[in-house]
Design a binder for this molecule. Structure first.
Ligand code: 3Y8
Ligand code: NAP
Length: 251
């Protein structure tokens, strides 16, 4: 069959999938939300920006005769994933999620699990500390209610306005990151505690390994619930899923 794939991207796994598909003849489009100034070019046609909710995505699928959707978004991109489930059901387009398992605490880890961003904010209601707040840009304001900490931030792009903390340092870097680099960063800023989403995967894992090696506590934000959908945990499984539904990638 002549396939036309839509890949909802923005993760290390999406990058690996796009690089694998770019060397085939399959027609595919990579989609970004437009959160960063210069998203990676990955050898496939790209589109940037929202679709206009689940209905907008369903219309996009019909208008562009999309035959398969691969939701390779981040585990915290819950709205996008919910919309993909709903839109694919409406437009009767097969959907698979390419996602990664949550990180599990190992020997030497000192994690405090919280349910969401607000749980992390509440967990920081304690005497002044030096906090590595590696949750990106979109939720920084929530943490401003605890102004007495020093915050080490890691952002993909240079922040436009002032940051909402009296004492902070912004590291501008898009990752993937290295354990050595994160150990050096935490030591350079005398970090006492790390706040992290349970992103899973390897692209953001270095700060978790660094915290373990430095004996630092981690406030671990658990993932939002996602609707039931087919899931794959590696690129080959997606390729097998496509082949099983009649798409010959010639790989
Ligand atoms: C725009 C695409 C690749 C993909 C790289 C992964 C790894 C590096 C780790 C820390 C944590 C954080 C953040 C993070 C990681 C990968 C992956 C991952 C975390 C890019 C990308 C886009 C985004 C959006 C961005 C968010 C932010 C989150 C920074 C591209 C680089 C904190 C998530 O400034 C902003 O508005 C940033 C927004 C959503 C979360 C937030 O709330 O701020 N990712 N990240 C995607 C789009 O527009 O559709 O620009 O090329 C992708 C990656 N970010 O192969 O190179 O796979 O997880 N991204 C978190 O996990 O907590 C950084 O610093 O340790
Ligand atoms: P989200 O909250 O689940 O989605 C909010 C809205 O953004 C969606 O409803 C959709 O708008 C639009 N959107 C999200 N992902 C999109 C995509 N790939 N293509 C087109 N539109 C998209 O999403 P988010 O958490 O802001 O994440 C946005 C992007 O950053 C995703 O690509 C995700 O993979 C990447 N990312 C996120 C995180 C994170 O921590 N959240 C970490 C790493 C990478 P409409 O409703 O208008 O269609």
């Amino acid at each position: 069959m002549s396939a036309n794939l839509l890949i909802l991207g923005g993760t290390t796994e999406a990058t690996a999938l796009c690089k694998a598909l770019a060397s085939t003849r399959v027609q595919a489009t990579l989609s970004y939300a437009g959160r960063t100034k210069k998203p990676l070019e990955l050898g496939l046609p790209q589109r940037v920006g929202g679709f206009g909710g689940a209905a907008g995505l369903a219309n996009y699928l019909r208008d562009h005769a999309v035959t398969h959707v691969i939701d390779a978004t981040h585990p915290f991109a819950a709205q996008m994933s919910c919309n993909a489930v709903e839109a694919c059901a409406q437009a009767k387009v097969p959907l698979i999620a390419l996602t990664r398992a949550p990180w599990q605490a190992q020997a030497g880890d000192n994690w405090q699990h919280v349910a969401d961003i607000d749980g992390a904010v509440q967990a920081l209601k304690r005497p002044p500390m030096r906090v590595m707040l590696a949750v990106g840009r979109m939720h920084l304001e929530a943490f401003a209610v605890n102004p007495d900490h020093f915050y080490l931030l890691r952002l993909v792009d240079q922040p436009e306005g002032a940051l909402p903390f009296p004492a902070c340092h912004a590291e501008i870097s898009r990752g993937p990151f290295t354990t050595e680099g994160d150990i050096a960063l935490m030591q350079q800023h005398s970090i006492d505690i790390v706040v992290s989403k349970n992103a899973g995967g390897i692209g953001a894992q270095s700060k978790i390994i660094a915290a373990r090696q430095l004996g630092l506590p981690v406030i671990m934000i658990d993932r939002p619930a996602l609707p039931q959908r087919s899931e794959a945990h590696d690129v080959q499984s997606v390729i097998d899923w496509l082949a099983h539904s009649g798409v010959d990638l010639g790989v």
